[in-house]
Design a protein around this ligand. Structure first.
Ligand code: KIV
Ligand code: ZN
Length: 412
């Protein structure tokens, strides 16, 4: 079964999310988590971007041994040499060089002719090969590039030694069938395409990054570029946890595999969320707090009988301790009984369960989610009105103290 290589760019494209910059130490911690997860390639940064970026790429390259470490460079001598310097101690270095190939980028941004772009790309790959035999070339904005020109530049960069060809949907514009077709065409039409690994790099402007990456894989891509929690420029990149679990969960359907330790997905997601301050939405696939939570009674009863009724993955395989049956007003008797028994109580009779269930529903109508303490109070016979009703608590006094510099305000 073909392996799909996972190329993580949280530290480079992910860091390009406005507001998500990370310190050198934070990048090293994330790189270490990625290595532990066994990602194939870690893009550690853009070495020429600043002295800080250079030092971060170098620190990651010095530390990581099991994953390849990559540095991004525009297709010019200074960028490539700076990447090579940052990667000097890397156990498995990769230089990634790119230049835009779409008409709008060539005309408006680069102000270069296609011939000049082609020449510069070839020169850049040749130069990068002087430092390592692991060179990736990206025709930026491939999704909006002319297919004939794309084939031409891909053929010529492979001819001078590019070992990975990454086709980016830089602006998240393509549809899955369209993006898949770009891979199909380029791989079929470029005579030396078998000498490189093709890679997809998708942005999520239309919410299609994971779907587009899957379409690329179905049409010959063997590497996916992605980020933890889908971080990245604008609406972000393909979310690593989603693409990895899509491949793993539907492995027999797509006949591809990934070699990752998926139990590290949730801890790494939390680490990145904590460091960047970008929280994960509760309904986010795989790593969101609700991704394995069930509240409706019908679903809870199903999951208690057989997990597979409503779960296509086992929560523990992605790093959760277990699935979560959320007790609320939609929950049924089966979930309530199960939770009470987990808390160490025995329900003696159906009648006792009925009474508890009645009190539980009354409380659930007033509280959004019920916690173990609520259940314990119900079991020990505390009337739910006493817990939440008007006389449950009395506010005796409140003291507020605020201070700003020399000014302070105190009120009772
Ligand atoms: O989105 C993009 O095109 C990129 C390239 C530099 C690979 O991030
Ligand atoms: Zn990108």
């Amino acid at each position: 079964m073909d392996k799909v290589y996972i190329f993580d760019t949280t530290l480079r494209d992910g860091e390009q999310s406005p507001g998500a910059s990370m310190t050198l130490n934070e990048k090293v911690r994330i790189a270490s988590a990625l290595e532990k997860m066994k990602v194939d390639v870690i893009e550690a940064g853009f070495a020429i971007a600043s002295e800080g970026d250079f030092q971060s790429v170098k620190a990651v390259a010095d530390m990581v041994k099991e994953s390849q470490v990559c540095s991004l460079s525009r297709a010019n001598k200074e960028d490539i040499e700076r990447s090579a310097q940052a990667l000097v101690n890397a156990a498995q270095p990769r230089i990634h060089t790119f230049i835009a190939t779409s008409p709008i980028h060539m005309e408006m941004k680069l102000r270069m002719s296609p011939e000049a772009v082609l020449e510069q790309a070839v020169k850049a790959v040749k130069l990068a090969r002087n430092f390592t035999d692991n060179v990736e070339f990206s025709p930026e904005d491939a999704g909006r590039s002319d297919i004939d020109f794309l084939c031409q530049i891909v053929e010529q960069t492979i001819a001078v030694g590019a070992t990975t060809i990454n086709l980016p949907d830089t602006v998240g514009y393509t549809f899955p069938a369209e993006f898949g077709n770009i891979f199909k065409q380029v791989i079929e039409r470029v005579p030396n395409s078998h000498k490189a690994i093709f890679s997809a790099h998708c942005h999520n402007d239309l919410g299609l990054a994971v779907a587009n990456s899957m379409a690329a894989i179905e049409n010959g891509a063997r590497q996916v570029e992605c980020t933890i929690n889908g971080l990245g420029e604008r609406a972000g990149n393909t979310a690593l946890e989603e693409i990895v679990m899509a491949i793993r969960t539907r492995q027999s359907f797509i006949q591809k595999k990934v070699d990752l330790d998926t139990t590290q997905l949730v801890p790494t997601s939390r680490l990145v969320a904590g460091i960047t301050g970008f929280p994960v939405q509760p309904n986010k696939a795989i790593v969101g707090a609700n991704a394995f939570a069930h509240e409706s009674g019908i679903h809870q009863a199903g999951v208690l009988k057989s997990r597979e009724t409503y779960e296509i993955m086992d929560a523990e395989t992605v790093g959760w301790t277990s699935n979560r049956l959320v007790l609320g007003k939609h929950s049924g008797r089966a979930a309530l009984k199960d939770r009470i028994e987990q808390l160490g109580y025995t329900i003696e009779s159906d009648e006792q369960l009925n009474t508890l269930f009645h009190n539980f529903k009354a409380l659930a109508d007033r509280k959004h989610e019920l916690y173990d303490d609520d259940l314990q109070a119900l079991i020990s016979g505390t009337d739910s009105d006493e817990m939440t009703g008007e006389n449950a608590y009395q506010l005796v006094s409140l003291n507020v103290k605020l201070s700003f510099g020399n000014f302070s305000l105190c009120t009772d």
